[in-house]
Design a protein around this ligand. Structure first.
Ligand code: 6MZ
Length: 356
């Protein structure tokens, strides 16, 4: 069977997807249409926000793109639309479990952070009823917005823990945002407080070289999963100390191949750190990051990883069994309760067995 079809048929788990970065062209075009009617502002074409195959943008340019996307999703109606669309598209790609992350937004005269999150959660509940997918939410702390803002995001997340209406939908925090802004060390007290109240933590770490910051975060022992971790392995610009800390804590890495190659933090798929960690049997999860901005899907990310040609002694050649175990490693790294994880594991395993 053709590889893309095979990977599409696999039941998959997506653990690193930013809501506003995951908008498809169709969704962006729909928003533009509404916006044009509302504000007579037809300034943008969908082609400006997605990075097509073979094209690149610097991380800095990507953050400008997020700004454009945010200007299109600044009403509660738009927030509900994008949430429903994104969940429907992941479900259509046979993603059975999705952890979606988003930064709560305050837009003067339009929405408070709480209203933003209520809209996301309400739309999530509706989408789960209509599609074969389970979803959990992480609230994102944007490191470019400062520590005060991070505390307010934490307080909001606490209000949603075991919520009377939304149940266990909110399960943790993400720390993301432009990696050259701020210093994660300043956010450690917020992360400590988050852990104390039972929130799980996924932290973007070493997406760009940042040894001191990465050491402090890993030394804190607070992190449940790491996003990117591009410059952690000694063979990809990290240090032995970082390697030891990560191995000792066995922290799963969320790997986003298209994102890293398209933003130029990794030169080619062959040089991606996936191979280095896989060789050491470290827990890895394949993810999309921003499927809209990077013009990808989780199935395509599986294909990319499976097709890549090994260099530097990395082990990259994936057989069907390897692809199955990648799906299952997503289950293991999920921020679910033990009972929910067991149910998901059983379901994914059954579907994988049926593919054999
Ligand atoms: C760091 C990223 C990111 O939260 O508005 N985001 N942060 N590195 C990345 N690598 C490319 N991709 C996305 O979704 C968009 C936000 O997610 C974060 C940024 O803060 C971006 O503004 P939400 O739904």
């Amino acid at each position: 069977m053709e590889l893309l079809r095979y990977c599409t048929n696999l039941p998959k788990v997506e653990l690193h997807a930013h809501l506003n970065g995951s908008l498809s062209d169709a969704t962006v075009l729909g928003l533009l249409k509404t916006r044009t009617q509302r504000d007579a502002d037809p300034s943008l074409a969908a082609a400006e926000v997605t990075i097509k195959k073979g094209h690149q943008r610097t991380l800095e340019e990507c953050f400008q793109v997020f700004g454009i996307l945010h200007s299109l999703t600044d009403t509660l109606e738009a927030v509900q639309t994008i949430t429903r669309d994104v969940i429907r598209e992941f479900a259509a790609d046979n993603v059975r479990y999705l952890e979606l992350r988003t930064t709560p937004k305050h837009v003067p005269d339009r929405m408070t952070k709480k209203q933003y999150m209520d809209a996301v959660l309400q739309a999530t509940v509706e989408a789960m009823v209509s599609h074969n997918i389970r979803v959990r939410l992480l609230l994102s702390i944007d490191r470019a917005r400062g520590v005060e803002d991070a505390w307010s995001t934490l307080h909001l997340a606490k209000d949603y823990l075991n919520h009377t209406v939304f149940g266990p939908l909110v399960c943790g925090l993400d720390v993301s945002g432009n990696p050259v802004c701020g210093d994660l060390q300043d956010y450690l007290p917020v992360l400590q407080a988050a852990r104390s109240c039972g929130l799980k933590l996924a932290v973007h770490l070493a997406e760009v070289p940042s040894e001191t910051e990465a050491l402090a975060v890993l030394n804190s022992g607070l992190v449940d999963r790491i996003g990117h971790g591009t410059f952690l392995h000694p063979a990809s610009g990290g240090s032995q100390a970082l390697h030891t800390l990560l191995k000792d804590q066995n922290i799963p890495l969320e790997l986003c191949m298209s994102s890293n190659v398209k933003t130029g933090t990794v030169k080619t798929p062959s040089e991606h750190h996936l191979g280095l960690w896989r060789k050491e049997n470290h827990p890895l999860v394949i993810c999309t990051d921003d499927k809209g901005v990077f013009s990808t899907s989780l199935s395509e990310e599986f294909v990319l990883c499976a097709q890549v040609r090994p260099i530097r002694g990395q082990t990259f050649s994936f057989c069907e069994e390897d692809l199955h175990s990648l799906s299952l490693s997503g289950v293991e790294a999920a921020f679910l309760s033990p009972t929910d994880k067991q149910t998901l594991r059983r379901e994914v395993q059954q579907e994988l067995d049926a593919l054999k």
